[in-house]
Design a binder for this molecule. Sequence first.
Ligand SMILES: [Zn+2]
Length: 156
Amino acid sequence: MLQIVKYPDPILESECQEVAFPLSEEDKELIADMIATMDSVQGAGLAANQVGVSKKICVIKMIKKHKRVKTENLVLINPKIIMESAVRCLFPEGCLSLPGKYYYVERPCNIIVQYQDENGKIRKLQANKFLSSQIQHEVDHLYGIFYTSKAREEIK
Ligand SMILES: [Zn+2]
């Protein structure tokens, strides 16, 4: 389990470095450890700079509801948001780097994120609702944007 960096640590407000392919063993280990850490604290997502590593890698817990609820780990490497809807939503969010606090954050409701998977393949994913807020929150981390800077109001 990795140590989670707490706000306000400067690494949380610094843009992370692009990741080169093929992934190094160190990067593969980091991804596995990030997923284990996210699971151990029941987090919805985790960015590499939240565990003290300045690399554009984040992991997201994706909840899939089909016949039964199951989860899947989404690994986004070098992600960028390439489409944002003009329509905006107010999302309730929390962050593992600021435990016990929750804020409403205004963001585009729907987005398309482009990223590389663990094999370096470029992929695109369209997201709305909770997944959209999860992805935007984690991608913001990788660009050094801490979510309180976008927060509208604290949820008590
Ligand atoms: Zn966060």
